[in-house]
Ligand binder design. Structure first.
Ligand code: ARG
Length: 460
């Protein structure tokens, strides 16, 4: 085989167009799979020995050759030519140059179709572990932040209109639990990917008695895939992981949105650190929350990665088709983006300044209206009626140019005789929060219990 000849060149009389060669090549991006490709090849060689195809001496030579290939191809400046097509061919080509015709025996009983599937699973395992580690770190940042500012009071919103007062600790822990579900989704995605595809061959199963259970054990899989057609067609494991990442990004993006609004002069609830802000080229006064805007922006990109692969997969007749080579860039892009976003978001959160006085002062008295209605309901008034009555009271206070807390007992009682002496004491933020010590609520005791629960999660 000469230097430029294709591994599959026997069938061909003519050369590949240079344009086609570039168009066909995935080596520009799948070189990322070098390590996992080598890991798979080392084990495949051992399986070939157990199947009686290679001697132990040959396996030793192949192993030594692959180590040399690793050293050369992983060198930072190493340039791959497009003619090598993909990482699988690049490894085999260099191995053959190094150890001679024996290198050509390595591909016995294997296809790039099961090989690429294996590489992607191995890549996915590490990529998921990397994301989960960064998720853990962010969860720790959130738990620490919840603890440090547990009793800071701020308005809680629905429809971006003030709803009821909440504690900052409760708010920070809301994201903690979202991320905990993200952890679960990623863990779950891996469970369904945790099967060895090698042995599926091109599509019909390898014609050599490769010990798939052995290979699975060696590569750390908990089992082997049950159907060779399904195996080489399958990219569900990537799609599930991308879906989990898309949801994770949606979570971060919503908190970015809150913090961006909160960092405006109008709100002033938080101030981002200089380290996670940037300025304007024209307006000297500007300090912009670009870190959070970019995380929000990259959410669209990660959704795009998921949709790109879903769309690629939807019309492919069983089993493999080259369309599936398009799976790698969205995969790498999504994991790379989410990794960066988790780190940046954690940094921005950890270093931002809270403005507790601004937060508490921003709570509108009307946010206590539910408590007044509840008060009447506890005294036997149907809640609907109480709701209506307090609504009128809010309007009365507004028209009088006062907040609910500016009303006198007489004014309350003129709306309903059910208001007793104790009604005025209801109009207090801390009292409102104390009413909500139900498990999962924003009362201080409940939030402390919740924090302990979060800490317990972190310890496992
Ligand atoms: N580079 C290909 C990919 O990424 C590897 C599999 C090619 N298989 C084939 N029969 N052409 O999907």
């Amino acid at each position: 085989m000469s230097g430029n000849e294709k591994a599959w060149g026997g069938r061909f009389a003519g050369a590949t167009a240079e344009l086609m060669e570039r168009f066909n090549a995935s080596i520009g991006f799948d070189r990322k799979l070098l390590e996992v490709d080598l890991a798979g090849s080392l084990v495949h060689a051992q399986a070939l020995e157990r199947a009686g195809v290679l001697t132990d001496e040959e396996v030793a030579q192949i192993h030594a050759g692959l180590e040399q290939v690793r050293a050369e191809l992983s060198a930072p400046g190493h340039a791959f030519s497009a003619g090598l097509e993909d990482i699988h061919m690049a490894v085999e080509r260099r191995l053959t140059e190094l150890i001679g015709p024996l290198g050509g025996k390595l591909h016995t009983g294997r296809s790039r179709n099961d090989q690429v599937n294996l590489d992607e699973r191995l890549y996915l395992r590490e990529a998921i572990a990397g994301i989960r580690l960064r998720l853990r770190h962010l969860q720790e940042v959130l738990a620490d932040s919840a603890e440090a500012h547990l009793e800071v009071i701020l308005p809680g919103y629905t429809h971006l209109q003030q709803a009821q007062p909440i504690l900052f600790g409760h708010y920070a822990l809301a994201l903690f639990w979202m991320l905990e579900r993200d952890q679960g989704r990623l863990e779950d995605a891996w469970k369904r990917a945790d099967f060895l595809p090698l042995g599926a061959g091109a599509l019909a199963g390898s014609a050599y008695p490769l010990d798939r259970q052995f290979m699975a054990r060696e590569l750390g899989f908990s089992g082997v895939t049950p159907n060779s057609l399904d195996t080489v067609s399958d990219r569900d494991f990537l799609l599930e992981a991308l879906a989990a990442l898309a949801i994770l990004m949606m979570h971060l993006s919503r908190f970015c949105e809150d913090l961006i609004i909160w960092s405006t002069r109008e709100f002033g609830f938080v101030e981002l650190a200089d380290a996670f802000s940037t300025g304007s080229s024209m307006m000297p006064q500007k300090k912009n929350p670009d870190s959070l805007e970019l995380v929000r922006g990259k959410t669209g990109r990660v959704y795009g990665d998921l949709f790109s692969l879903l769309t690629t997969m939807k019309g492919i007749p069983l089993t493999y088709a080259k369309d599936m080579q398009e799976d790698k860039e969205p995969l790498f892009d999504a994991f790379g983006s989410v990794q960066d976003c988790l780190e940046v978001f954690a940094g921005a959160w950890q270093t931002m300044q809270l403005r507790p006085a601004r937060m508490e002062a921003a709570v509108d008295d009307a946010a206590l209206a539910t408590d007044l209605a509840d008060y009447l309901a506890r005294r036997g008034m149907p809640f609907r009626e109480a709701h209506h009555l307090v609504g009128r009271l809010v309007r009365f206070a507004l028209e009088a140019g006062r907040g609910l807390r500016g009303l006198t007992l007489e004014e309350l009682q003129s709306h309903s005789p059910a208001f007793g002496q104790d009604a005025l004491s209801l109009l207090d933020l801390r009292h409102s929060l104390d009413l909500r010590n139900i498990e999962g609520g924003t009362g201080p005791e409940a939030v402390r219990t919740q924090l302990a629960r979060a800490r317990a999660v972190l310890e496992t």
